[in-house]
Design a protein around this ligand. Structure first.
Ligand SMILES: Cc1cc2nc3c(=O)[nH]c(=O)nc-3n(C[C@H](O)[C@H](O)[C@H](O)COP(=O)(O)OP(=O)(O)OC[C@H]3O[C@@H](n4cnc5c(N)ncnc54)[C@H](O)[C@@H]3O)c2cc1C
Ligand code: SF4
Ligand code: SF4
Ligand code: SF4
Length: 402
């Protein structure tokens, strides 16, 4: 039976929980708000399945170079509501049209991020957009297998470790009717932290939170912001990465799961059919792209290639040269973020101090941060933001070309 002695060796994928024939594994929250398997040893029959399916016990993938494309969804509304180029919505649309089932991460009514599925186009809208928190897989692998065994077409998206967990659970069986899509992944923050952050803003607004977007295009793609939607529609919250508490903590590498700092899944080749990630300067790949957001797409399998061929008319798209793409957008494909030296202390305080005191203690806002936060939205409102972005982009293009 599986035993976790080092937390960095469990990515919290739930494969063991889904496979256990005696249902004696529960995913229990630790003092940081991440879940780990807890086994009821009385019921365990020592069958060893939980260890066999664990993706951390599988060899790492290699660095075979994938085929590479940049895509931008032609549907303006989908593009606006997606994090980058709206790739996942196109594949979801294709699967629904074929009578299939779409799995992804979305918030439930308590604002807990979990994996679920939809069999309708309207239902798939909930999956749009990146949510910077660990999603709970729950029984999604089991549900996906039921649909696969019944011959339904299934698309499943998630972090690379969640996709590896799904294949572990399926015992590496390659289903013709399964399409998998993973992300380039910076890491996933603690669900407890997101709960505390949303509760804080709900109290300030005196209204429950009904939606949260980690990367909204309120000020455009290149200055994506955190947006909180409240039941009271007169209340608004849009903040960039200089002032939003959650984004600042995320990018200071203080709140991710221990496994994210030694990620086993950061390889060029993936188990998934397709990998997607941000393309920050699509107009430099081809002038046919607007600056409203685009997705880098890596194709790893013949199956992925076939699906891409079926949906490519939904996009403005272009093949891309993998070397500059990796240099500009892809540092997180192969590299882990370094652990913030104050991480352990941070989680102790998260459990004891008010969240605003935690933020003040670990990330006091600098005068430059305050200035940038005030200036950027102003530039946007005055319409000069696009100019600012163009300058920034030119500087970056020169760096990539060096
Ligand atoms: C936690 C996280 C970290 C990321 N880190 C990077 C990075 O370092 N560099 C980079 O270039 N791109 C990163 N991305 C990917 C990027 O933000 C976009 O998701 C990607 O560019 C695809 O955007 P899209 O517009 O094509 O699709 P979207 O419509 O934005 O599709 C998003 C898909 O991601 C799934 N998803 C959303 N949140 C989660 C979650 N928490 N866990 C599992 N699945 C989720 C949804 O189900 C959906 O299928 C990250 C995404 C997440 C969720
Ligand atoms: S060894 Fe078998 S029965 Fe025991 S916890 Fe693992 S999967 Fe369940
Ligand atoms: S299968 Fe997943 S949840 Fe279970 S121990 Fe392995 S990594 Fe952790
Ligand atoms: S960084 Fe690695 S371990 Fe962490 S969520 Fe992403 S894929 Fe999983």
């Amino acid at each position: 039976m599986i035993t976790i002695t080092d937390k960095s060796q469990c990515c919290g994928c739930w494969a063991c929980e889904n496979i256990c024939p005696k249902h004696c594994i529960r995913m229990e929250e630790d003092n940081e708000g991440f879940r780990y398997p807890k086994i009821d040893t009385e019921k365990c029959i020592e069958c060893g399945l939980c260890e066999k399916v664990c993706p951390l016990k599988q060899p790492k993938q290699d660095d075979t170079v994938p085929e590479s494309f940049v895509v931008q969804n032609k549907d303006a509304q989908i593009l606006r509501n997606s994090t980058s180029g709206g790739f996942y919505s196109a594949i979801a649309g294709y699967v629904i049209e074929k009578g299939g089932v779409v799995f992804g991460a979305s918030f439930n009514e308590n604002m807990t991020l979990r994996h679920t599925y939809s069999e309708t186009l309207e239902g798939c809208a909930q999956f749009r957009g990146s949510k910077y928190v660990q999603s709970l897989i729950g029984n999604s692998y089991t549900q996906a297998k039921k649909f696969l065994d019944a011959g339904r077409l299934v698309v499943f998206s998630g972090t690379p470790c969640q996709i590896a967990g799904l294949y572990g659970f399926l015992r590496n069986r390659k289903y013709e009717n399964l399409i998998t899509v993973d992300l380039v992944c910076h890491g996933t923050p603690s669900p407890r932290l997101l709960d505390r952050y949303l509760a804080h803003y709900a109290t300030l607004a005196d209204s429950p939170v009904t939606d949260y977007r980690s990367r909204d295009k309120h000020y455009g793609y290149n200055y994506s912001t955190a947006t909180i939607t409240f039941a009271d529609k007169t209340k608004q919250y849009h903040r960039g990465k200089e002032t939003d508490m959650m984004l600042r903590l995320y990018f200071s590498n203080i709140c991710s799961r221990p496994s994210c700092y030694q990620c086993h899944f950061k390889t060029l080749h993936r188990m998934s059919d397709i990998t997607i990630f941000d393309c920050w300067d699509a107009p430099s790949v081809s002038s046919k792209f607007s600056s409203k957001g685009a997705t880098n797409v890596f194709i790893h399998t013949a199956h992925g290639e076939n699906i891409f061929r079926q949906i490519k008319d939904d996009f403005v798209w272009s093949p891309s040269d993998i070397v500059p793409i990796i240099k500009r957008d892809g540092i997180m494909i192969k590299h882990c973020v370094p652990v913030n030296p104050r991480r352990s202390e941070f989680f102790v305080d998260l459990n004891t101090l008010p969240i605003e005191d935690v933020e003040r203690k670990y990330l006091p806002l600098s005068p430059v941060g305050r200035l940038l936060a005030a200036v950027k939205p102003m530039l946007y409102r005055l319409g000069v933001f696009t100019f600012y972005i163009k300058i920034k982009r030119l500087i970056k293009r020169n760096k990539v070309a060096e």
